[in-house]
Design a protein around this ligand. Structure first.
Ligand SMILES: [Zn+2]
Length: 156
């Protein structure tokens, strides 16, 4: 696994354990060349998905891209990292089990909104209001960039 910090391909696994109720294996990795630490998740991939954008362009479904968008939308919300990983996996499983290899980007947006609604009301409302006014809801990542980061919340 290539180090995301320095590009070195010779990284070490320091710790492996089941995550997300045994749906994934979480590995803590260490890069001896730069000292960087990062985490990877290993999961079953049921099928290769292709995202069809509004303009007809097709690209391979990128789980990391979806995950980044969702983490961005849930920034500073009181939801544990493991829970967020779990919900991302849930979304991916829903996409995979739709029975089609091609999935419209708008459909992905819908499923994410649906999931958000059940997880976090604040994130959902923020999400939904932007989504409704977003004319070119073409690229999901572009769409999420339109979201304003939430106000910092003071903890007691
Ligand atoms: Zn490194």
């Amino acid at each position: 696994m290539r180090c995301p910090f320095c590009g070195n391909t010779d990284t070490q696994v320091k710790d492996s354990r089941p995550a997300e109720d045994h749906v994934a294996i979480r590995r803590r990795r260490f890069c001896p060349s730069c000292g960087g630490r990062f985490t990877t998740y290993e999961r079953v991939q049921l099928r290769d998905l292709v995202v069809v954008k509004k303009n007809g362009k097709r690209e391979d479904f990128d789980r990391d891209k979806l995950a980044r968008s969702i983490r961005m939308a849930l920034q500073k919300r009181p939801i544990e990292a493991d829970r967020i990983e779990q919900l991302i996996s849930g979304i991916v499983r829903r996409l995979e089990s739709m029975g089609e290899a091609d999935i419209d980007s708008a459909k992905i947006g819908e499923i994410v909104m649906d999931t958000m609604a059940r997880i976090d009301t604040v994130a959902y409302v923020r999400f939904a209001s932007v989504y409704k006014n977003f004319q070119a809801a073409d690229d999901f990542e572009e769409f999420v960039k339109e979201l304003r980061p939430p106000e910092p919340k003071e903890e007691d």
